[in-house]
Design a protein around this ligand. Sequence first.
Ligand code: UD1
Length: 373
Amino acid sequence: MSPIPVCIVLGTRPEAIKLAPVIQQFQACPAFATQVILTGQHREMVAQVMDWFSLESQQDLAIMQAQQTLTDITCRSLQGLQVLFQEYQPRIVIVQGDTTTAFAAALAAFYQQIPVGHVEAGLRTDDLFNPYPEEANRRLISQVAQLHFAPTVQAMDNLRRSGVVGHLHHTGNTVIDALLSVSAQQPDCPVPGLDWNQYRVLLATVHRRENWGEPLQSLGHSFLQILDACPDTAILLPLHRNPQVREPLQAILGDHPRVFLTEPLDYPNLVGAIQRCTLLLTDSGGLQEEAPSLGKPVLVLRETTERPEAVTAGTARLVGTKTETVVTAALELLQDPVAYAAMANAVNPFGDGTASQKILNLVQAFLGVSGAD
Ligand code: UD1
């Protein structure tokens, strides 16, 4: 029997990290002819991850533009994927998460009546505009997917509550597969001028659309106040490539001697930074999953989270973006060892490192491919 064509579509850095172990599983399986398609929503930030995991793409739609709008990303992805799906005739299209690439790829597959497998299905904040546009993207993908790979029991419940059709499976989150494979190698995180032994380092990242503008200003000032209150701390802030994010942060923080602004870190360096830092301040979804697994407290710089498991487990706290609230929460952890110890627990509510193997097995069963592996 000739190998079954499968397309795995990704566009941004978190999709690349979370799909890397899935791609490795599919490419190692002779039953499948796996095509990896990049939309190109991100460029450099995806290339880093592809290189680290030794992944190659078969197609790149190269859609990225400076100041791209959601409409640009959607239209250009839909049109490009239509042509590729007609050419490859995949029996299933696999997408991950809640980006505009994932939504457009799911819709493009649906238009050709190709089944969609959704990795990291079922996350919800139940607030349509938080995060924006991701909450809508993930709900829309759930409506057209036939295979839903939920990372947690709560995500399974969310899917049932949403009335989705198709096959629901609890697999764990593939980010843990990626994280475990990288952290086992004890990666370093060299940052020019930063001596990890000299300071307690706070790892900060900000990029979400709903935090652009005023919230970003407020966060920048909260970081300055934390540094003023704790002279033994430094902040490592890898800047997102988006000028809407990096320019205001550079303006507020660029001159401070204990702020280390860098380009986006390679994935192993990021994991090395999580392992070495004292505390994370972030609006990232992936970091809310990775940091608890490595026993690091996370202050979530958002009003809502679709990852309540880490909050329930006590390792993450939702603090929003108001300067005073962020400063108070950070200082409590930095100045009170008991409060810090209570949050610094290694917990793994998001998976055990076997999600991608389970996803491969489930797709084989769905397509009637006999003999796993
Ligand atoms: C996207 C996702 C978001 C995800 C984030 C991870 C959507 C709507 N948003 O948001 O869910 O959390 O990726 O980073 O899908 N840029 C570069 N080089 C790169 C990547 C980005 O220069 O490699 C710049 C470009 O100017 C681009 C801008 O960043 O226009 C914004 O990129 P975009 O993908 O639209 O938004 P993100 O904020 O990255």
